[in-house]
Ligand binder design. Structure first.
Ligand code: TLP
Length: 347
């Protein structure tokens, strides 16, 4: 099976498994796990932040950030397709008690004027805007990169209004590799950043939340409150260290393979997609012109050995990652072509 559902499906590498077996551990709630400390220090230094926190998942990292930056009844500005709003089970409302104000973006970018407009004035009727969230790369925008110049504009707005800026950088290393800019350049433009170790970087679990020392001190308490205080967790931090230090450069292969897949998909009649929009490892194709539902399409695709995801609105998502080689992409293209041909015949 060629599994293109997500880059979360990767398995730990042999080096990661060896590091897990040999990891030095201690009770991390007491601050005694040396491997976790090494991971947090390495991540903070890579991201140019004072401190970092090892959290269980991207969702936990994002939600701990929201809890730390806000108080109940405040308002948070997010792009209308952002993961933190779209895919995190309404956690911002349920946990932080904040109200979400969505701003529709283009390729993941909210227009700076729209962001300015969404910030509340000081009025007795209004919630206080206390946080703006960005996502880079933007998942539902097909892995689009938010350029540094764009992040500068949003940072200026946030600073002027004294509003915190959080970055969901689940795939921030992909943005760094695609643009050739060091990851620190993206991280330095925000107050807090969450990066996933378990997506393209192939660790079995975990994310990093980074920010100022004071922010991470308070975030650590929120992580504990959410049940994320872990004990001899160096066994899970060890593959995270390998993810950060050894797995970044190979991401370009995933980007190249996604581009190859996108260019083949764009040639298939009945499939709409713009190959130039594929900047990183995510490919989103519109199959609404085929005579089949996304569910049928995915079912038939699985029968020819390819797995992909239903992204709603007639969109199918394919994600490249470690373990997907050039041959797999060529085989996937043949399988997709076969399914497209079958459904086109009746259109
Ligand atoms: N995204 C998953 C699914 O939840 C959709 C995927 O397969 O892409 N931010 C972004 C931008 C993400 O894409 C994800 C995961 C997360 C946060 C949450 O990370 P986890 O799954 O570790 O909680």
């Amino acid at each position: 099976m060629i599994d293109l559902r997500s880059d979360t499906v990767t398995k730990p590498t042999p080096a990661m498994r060896a590091a897990m077996a040999n990891a030095e551990v201690g009770d991390d709630v007491y601050g005694e796990d040396k491997t976790v400390i090494a991971l947090e220090e390495t991540a903070a230094s890579l991201l140019g932040k004072e401190a970092a926190l090892f959290v269980t998942s991207g969702t936990q990292g994002n939600q701990v950030a929201v809890l730390t930056h806000t108080r109940p009844s405040q308002e948070v500005i997010v792009e209308s397709q952002a993961h933190i709003y779209f895919y995190e089970v309404g956690a911002m409302a349920a946990l932080a008690g904040v109200q979400v104000r969505t701003v529709a973006g283009i390729r993941g970018q909210m227009h700076p004027d729209h962001v300015k407009h969404a910030i509340r004035d000081d009025d007795i009727h209004f919630p206080q805007t206390s946080l703006i969230c960005l996502e880079n790369t933007h998942n539902r925008a097909g892995g689009a990169v938010l350029p540094l110049a764009y992040m500068d504009e949003i940072q200026t707005i946030a600073r002027d209004k004294k509003i915190a800026l959080h970055l969901d950088g689940a795939r921030l290393f992909h943005a760094a590799v695609a643009t050739g800019q060091p990851i620190v350049e993206f991280a330095r433009r925000v107050d807090s950043v969450q990066v996933c170790l378990s997506k393209g970087l192939s660790a079995p679990i975990g994310s990093i939340l980074a920010g100022s020392r004071d922010f991470i001190y308070r975030a650590r308490k929120w992580r504990k409150a959410l049940g994320g205080g872990m004990r001899q967790v160096g066994v899970l931090a060890a593959p995270g260290l390998i993810a950060l230090t050894q797995m970044v450069d190979r991401l370009q292969n995933d980007h190249d393979r996604a581009k190859r897949l996108a260019s083949a998909l764009s040639q298939m009649p009945g499939v709409s997609m713009h190959p130039d929009h594929v900047e990183t490892n995510i490919v989103i194709a519109d199959i609404t012109k085929l005579r089949c539902s996304p569910e049928e399409f995915l079912h038939d695709l699985a029968n020819v050995g390819v797995l992909a995801s239903n992204f709603g609105d007639g969109l199918i998502r394919f994600v490249t990652h470690l373990g997907i080689e050039d041959d797999d992409i060529e085989q996937a293209i043949m399988g997709i072509h076969q399914v497209v041909q079958a459904h086109k015949q009746f259109a």
